[in-house]
Design a protein around this ligand. Sequence first.
Ligand SMILES: Nc1ncnc2c1ncn2[C@@H]1O[C@H](COP(=O)(O)OP(=O)(O)O)[C@@H](O)[C@H]1O
Ligand SMILES: [Mg+2]
Length: 317
Amino acid sequence: MNSILETNFDFKGQVGTIYHGKVRDVYNILDRYLVMVVTDRISAFDNVLPQGIPHKGQVLNQISCALMDKTDDICPNWKIISPDPMVTIGYKADPFMVEMVIRGYLTGHAWREYKAGKRSICGVNMPDGMIENQKFETPIITPTTKAVKGHDEDISKEDIISHDLVSESDYAVLEDYTTKLFARGTEIADGMGLILVDTKYEFGLVDDKIVLIDEVHTPDSSRYFIKKGYEERQERGEKQRQLSKEFVREWLMDRGYQGEEGQKIPVMSEKFVNEVSERYIELYNKILNEKFEPHMMNETSAKERIFKNVSEFVNAL
Ligand SMILES: Nc1ncnc2c1ncn2[C@@H]1O[C@H](COP(=O)(O)OP(=O)(O)O)[C@@H](O)[C@H]1O
Ligand SMILES: [Mg+2]
C-alpha cells in the first residue's frame, strides 16, 4: 500500500501518548513542541474512512506550510520547520476551544441550513433570495465549538464570549486575524485561477501570544472552486467545479452516507481512491503553482525517512 494510515514513532523527548487525530498523528515533545505527521487518512462528516489516499499527507502538509509562510506577516503561527514532506514541527499551543469558520459563499452546511429556511447562522443574518454557491456581500464568520469527540456545533460570537470559551478581547483578535487571513487566501487563490469559498482556522496561545495553529487553506480545511466559468455555471444553475473534499462528501452522500450513527461507510473503489488522490495533487499544482513531486514510494521506507528527518531536529533540542 502506497499510503500511511497510522504511525507509532518513539522520538527523543516524546511525552504523553500519541494523539491520533482524524488525519494527523501528533507527538508531544518536551511539552513544548509538537511533531505533526500528516498521514494519508481522509475523514468526511467527522469520520475517518477506512482507506488511505496516496500522497494526501504530503499534499496537505506542503500546502499548509507554504501558506503559513505566506501569511505570517498577518498573524504569527505555530510552525518552526517542516523537516519532512509529511511533517511539520512547531510550538505546542493551548488551543481556544472554537474553530473560526469563514465563508465567502453560500455553500455546504450554510447552504443546507439556508435551504431548510434558516436566515441566520451563528447569529449572522443572511439575506433572502440567495442561491447555492452565491457570493456573500462580505464574508461571514460562523464559528463552531471544537468538540473533543463527535460533531462540532455552530455557535454565535455572543455565546462564545458568554460561555467564556474565549474572552471578548481575544475574540476580537481572532476575528481580525480570520478576516485578514481569508482576504489573503482569497487573493492567493485568485492569482491561481481559484476561488477560496470557505475555510476554518484554529488558534491557540503560546507564551500568552495568540498564534494560528493546525493547518491553513488546505483542501481539508477549505473549499475551492475553479474561477473560470463560475458566473456561467451560476447562471445556468449548474454545480460548481470543486477542488476539495466536497467531492468525497458528495460521493458518500450519493451512496446514502451522511456520517450518522449506525450508517455503514461505503467502500471506495481503487479507481475512486486514485481520482481523489489526483484531485489533491491537482489542487497542489494549482495553489502552489508548482509541480507536485511525490515522495511516497512505499510505506516502510517513507516511515524510515520520517523517523530520520524528525530525529535530526528533536535530537538537537
Ligand atoms: N500548535 C498546536 N498546538 C496544540 N494543538 C494543535 C496545534 N496544531 C494543531 N493542533 C491540534 O492537533 C490536532 C491535529 O490533528 P487532526 O487530524 O486535525 O485531529 P482532529 O481529529 O482533532 O481534528 C487537532 O486537534 C488540532 O487542534
Ligand atoms: Mg482537525
